[in-house]
Design a protein around this ligand. Structure first.
Ligand SMILES: C[S@@+](CC[C@H](N)C(=O)[O-])C[C@H]1O[C@@H](n2cnc3c(N)ncnc32)[C@H](O)[C@@H]1O
Ligand code: SF4
Length: 365
């Protein structure tokens, strides 16, 4: 393993002048009670949240972002969702992703429509969380009929997509020991339903409100990841063939890294959390990574992101990240670290070329 000094030389201490992905937790308010929720101890504290004016002050100090994740809480419950997103979208092509529990169909569709209309140059990816077949999903999420409502929401979003072609629709599934056996049939059903452009899966992270929840066993995780590659390749080849090679090659490398972490217990690339990716929560808390302790709060620094991002706590935590001591499978951090790792990016590009070769030649060639 390289020393911290060698790694620091390879990656300057100062964070880059842009962020590949900024995750903003637009609101802490949520209308579900998921047994998995890593954000459970921050939920439903609306009085602690920043006003829109405070968000605007912070946003002025945040570097340009290439990708914006709108998380929460349930982001579609926030009446200022689009206004908050607009504060961070300085470039027309910024990609925007929003997970949702899909419970309030009309509200989800209205918010997705506002985002897609307000940012016509952006790909706006709306992911509806689905953690199991109907009964299992409703139990995991603590909401009666959540599965049925999520399906209605996906149908209504599909309709919206007709007039908003920059929308992309996915499902988001958290994989655990308790739901992994149901996944092959469920994912095939979702992919074959005509409701989504992708399916997205993510192994369970540790910080859950219900103690004792386990991630999926490695052999079953591998099998479901292989199925995800197969299904996403088919889905994208049918509907968005030019997007297929980059999306699928990214998944291949993401899953390889996640499997390595589960086997070896450590990452085998330099995590770019705190360099290329960062997190801002509704109450002003700043994190380098969703899974690590906060490095400060912008409210204590006159709403200056840089004062926290480059402050002593952030510098100390970057040192920790550079030791590769994390055993993290978080798709944003791992995924955004791939382009910065020569070996991983070389493998990804090779896969992208192989996948591109599978596509039919464009008409007229
Ligand atoms: C925190 S939620 C916020 C957005 C929205 N409320 C929802 O549930 O989609 C974002 C995503 O994280 C997933 N998630 C929650 N807890 C998790 C955990 N412990 N491990 C992995 N993913 C988790 C959720 O299933 C959801 O897809
Ligand atoms: S995972 Fe999403 S829907 Fe479930 S409790 Fe957490 S924020 Fe709410």
């Amino acid at each position: 393993m390289r020393t911290v000094t060698q790694q620091r030389e390879a990656r300057p201490e100062r964070a880059p002048s842009e962020l590949a992905v900024l995750t903003i937790f637009v609101t802490s308010v949520c209308n579900a009670r998921c047994e998995t929720c890593f954000y459970w101890d921050s939920l439903n504290r609306p009085k602690d949240e920043m006003t829109l004016e405070e968000w605007a002050r912070v946003a002025e100090t945040v570097p340009p972002v290439r990708g914006l994740q709108l998380s929460g809480g349930e982001p579609t419950l926030d009446p200022d969702l689009t206004a908050k997103a607009a504060l961070f979208v300085a470039r027309p092509e910024t990609s925007i992703a929003m997970p949702t529990n899909g419970i309030r169909t009309a509200q989800v569709v209205e918010q997705a429509g506002r985002l897609a209309s307000r940012f016509p140059g952006s790909r706006v990816i709306v992911g509806v969380s689905i953690d199991g077949p109907a009964e299992m999903h409703d139990r995991i999420r603590g909401v009666k009929n959540n599965f049925a409502r999520a399906m209605e929401t996906l149908d209504a979003l599909r309709e919206l997509q007709r007039t908003h072609p920059n929308l992309r629709l996915s499902t988001l599934t958290c994989l655990m020991a308790s739901n992994i056996d149901a996944m092959p049939a469920l994912l095939r059903e979702l992919a074959g339903s005509g409701r989504v452009d992708y399916i997205t899966i993510e192994p369970l992270r540790d910080q859950t409100p219900v103690p004792g929840l386990q991630g999926p066993p490695l052999d079953k995780l591998r099998a479901v990841q292989a199925l995800s590659i197969e299904l996403n390749t088919q889905l994208l080849r049918d509907r968005y063939p030019r997007e297929m090679p980059s999306v699928v090659s990214h998944l291949v490398e993401l899953y390889r890294t996640q499997q390595h972490v589960r086997t070896a217990g450590l990452l085998d690339l330099d995590c770019q959390a705190g360099a290329a990716t960062g997190v801002l929560e509704a109450n002003g808390t700043v994190r380098l990574c969703e899974l690590l302790p906060p490095v400060g709060n912008v409210r204590d620094f006159d709403h200056d992101w840089n004062a926290v991002w480059h402050g002593p706590a952030a510098r100390a935590q970057r040192e920790h990240i550079l030791t590769r001591a994390c055993s993290c499978t978080h798709c944003v951090n791992v995924g955004q670290s791939i382009p910065f790792d020569a070996a991983a990016e070389t493998r990804r590009r090779a896969a992208e070329e192989r996948l591109t070769a599978l596509l039919p030649a464009p008409a007229g060639v």
